[in-house]
Ligand binder design. Structure first.
Ligand code: URA
Length: 440
C-alpha cells in the first residue's frame, strides 16, 4: 500500500477502507508517513469529506492508537463532557462538581487552551498547588472517594490525535466536521466513560460558526458515540458572546466561585445547569425535568461549592484561595477599553476577544509559551447593552503592559455598535440525541 495512492483516492472523493485507514494512521504515528503527505490527505478530507463508516473507522483507529483507559475500578456510571471550545468557557469547573454532588461519577480528562479558546487544565493550574497530572491509581482513587477528578490528558491517550491536531493547527485544516468529530470522539472513546455529553458551541467565538454546520457536527459525533456503545447527547450552545464576563485563568476561577456561592452571571449559570442536567439524564437519574430540578437544588444549596472545595483539596490545591478569592495574585497592569460611540452593542466578534486575551498572556502564542495566570479581560458590556461614548466596555489585565495597544485595538474592533437593540439570542440552541434534533 502507498500513501500516495490513498491521497489520490481521497482527492477523487472516494472512501478509504478500514485497512487503508489503519495503514495511514499507524504509519503516521510511527513516523513512516511524513507530515507533507498527511497534510495533503487532511486537505483532501476538508474538501471531499468522509462517509459515515469511513469516519467511524478513522475515529476508532485514532482512539486505539494509544491507551484505552479502563475505568472499571471506578464504581457506578461514569459520565464525561467535552466542549468544542469557547471564550470564557469555564463550565467544566461548575458542572463537574455539581454532577458529582448529585451522585454521578465524573472522571474527566481535560485539555489545555487551543488557539483562541481557553482550556480547563490551565484554569485549574491557576489555583496554587493544584495538580492536574495524577497517575491512574490516584485518579481512580479520587473519583471513588469524592466522585470527581479532573486531570490533563495522559501522555498516551489517542497519540494519533495529538500529532494530527498539531499538524492541522498549522495547515488550515482544523475547521472540518469529520476531522473535528474524529479528533474529539477518539479522545472521548479512549478516556473510557460510559456516557458522553458534548457541548457543541456555535457563533463568533466557536470553531464552527454556522449553526446548521454545528448541528451536523453534533449529529456526527452522537452517531459515533452511540455506534461505539456509549450513550451520547449533544447540546448546541451559543458562543456568539463570551460566556460570563471573565476571560483569563484566575479571573475565570473567581467567576466560577462566585457562581458556586450563589452569585455569578446568569448566562453561565443557565448553560451550566443544562449541561449538568443532561449529564444526570445520561446517567439515568430521572426525566430531563427531574434532572434539572436536582442540579438547580444542588447548585443553590451550596453542595456544588462544597464539592469544588473537595476537588481542589484532593488534587492538592490550596482551598483557602477558593474560600477567599482576594488571595489570588493580581495583575500588575490594567487598561480600560472605552466605547468609541453611543448606541447598542449589536454584535461581538468573540474569536477576536479570545485572541486579545492570548496577546495579553492568558493563552499560548506558541507551544512553549508560559501562561500569565493573572492576564485576561473583564467584559463589562456585551451584545444587547446600551453604551454612551467613552463608557468602559472592558478592562484588560496583564503582568506586562506590552500587549495592551494590540489587545485594546482588537477588542475595540470586536464590538459593533448601532442604533437598534438586537434581538436577544437563545443560549441553548438545540439538543441532539440518537433519536433526532430538538431545536429551541
Ligand atoms: N477540539 C478538539 O479536541 N479537536 C478539534 O478538532 C477541535 C476542537
Amino acid at each position: 500500500m502507498r500513501m500516495y495512492d490513498l491521497i489520490e483516492k481521497k482527492k477523487q472523493g472516494e472512501a478509504l477502507t478500514k485497512e487503508e485507514i489503519s495503514f495511514m494512521i499507524g504509519g503516521y504515528v510511527n513516523g513512516e508517513i511524513p507530515d507533507y503527505q498527511m497534510s495533503a490527505m487532511l486537505m483532501a478530507i476538508c474538501f471531499k469529506g468522509m462517509e459515515t463508516q469511513e469516519l467511524t473507522n478513522l475515529t476508532l483507529t485514532m482512539a486505539h492508537s494509544g491507551d484505552m483507559v479502563d475505568l472499571s475500578p471506578i464504581h457506578g456510571i461514569k459520565v464525561d463532557k467535552h466542549s468544542t471550545g469557547g471564550v470564557g468557557d469555564k463550565t467544566t469547573l461548575v458542572v463537574a462538581p455539581t454532577v458529582a454532588a448529585c451522585g454521578v461519577k465524573v472522571a474527566k480528562m481535560s485539555g489545555r487552551g487551543l488557539g483562541h479558546t481557553g482550556g480547563t487544565v490551565d484554569k485549574l493550574e491557576s489555583i496554587p498547588g493544584f495538580v492536574t497530572a495524577l497517575d491512574e491509581e490516584a485518579f481512580f482513587e479520587a473519583v471513588n472517594k469524592i466522585g470527581v477528578s479532573v486531570i490533563g490528558q495522559t501522555g498516551n491517550l489517542a497519540p494519533a490525535d495529538k500529532k494530527l491536531y498539531a499538524l492541522r493547527d498549522t495547515t488550515a485544516t482544523v475547521k472540518s466536521v469529520p476531522l473535528i468529530a474524529a479528533s474529539i470522539m477518539s479522545k472521548k472513546l479512549a478516556a473510557g466513560s460510559d456516557c458522553i455529553l458534548l457541548d457543541v458551541t456555535t457563533g463568533s467565538g466557536a470553531f464552527i460558526k454556522d449553526f446548521e454546520e454545528a448541528v451536523i457536527l453534533a449529529q456526527t459525533m452522537v452517531n459515533i458515540g452511540e455506534g461505539a456503545g456509549r450513550r451520547t447527547v449533544a447540546l448546541i450552545t451559543n458562543m456568539d458572546t463570551p460566556l460570563g464576563s471573565a476571560i483569563g485563568n484566575i479571573s475565570e476561577v473567581k467567576e466560577v466561585v462566585e457562581l458556586l456561592k450563589g452569585d455569578g452571571p446568569e448566562d453561565l449559570k443557565t448553560v451550566c445547569l443544562h449541561l449538568a442536567a443532561n449529564m444526570l439524564y445520561l446517567a439515568e437519574k430521572g426525566t430531563m425535568e427531574e434532572c434539572m430540578t436536582q442540579v438547580k437544588n444542588t447548585l443553590e444549596s451550596g453542595a456544588s461549592y462544597q464539592k469544588f472545595l473537595e476537588l481542589v483539596e484532593t488534587q492538592r490545591g490550596d482551598s483557602s484561595y477558593i474560600e477567599d478569592t482576594e488571595k489570588f495574585e493580581k495583575a500588575e497592569f490594567h487598561y480600560d477599553v472605552k466605547a468609541p460611540a453611543a448606541g447598542y452593542i449589536t454584535h461581538m466578534n468573540t474569536e477576536q476577544c479570545g485572541i486579545a486575551s492570548v496577546v495579553l498572556g492568558a493563552g499560548r502564542e506558541t507551544k512553549e509559551s508560559e501562561i500569565d495566570f493573572t492576564a485576561g479581560i473583564q467584559i463589562h458590556k456585551k451584545t444587547g447593552d446600551y453604551v454612551t461614548k467613552d463608557d468602559i466596555i472592558a478592562t484588560l489585565y496583564s503582568s506586562s503592559d506590552v500587549g495592551f495597544p494590540t489587545a485594546a485595538d482588537m477588542l475595540a474592533r470586536a464590538y459593533e455598535i448601532g442604533n437598534e437593540k438586537p434581538e436577544e439570542e437563545k443560549l441553548i440552541l438545540a439538543r441532539v440525541t440518537k433519536d433526532g434534533v430538538e431545536r429551541f
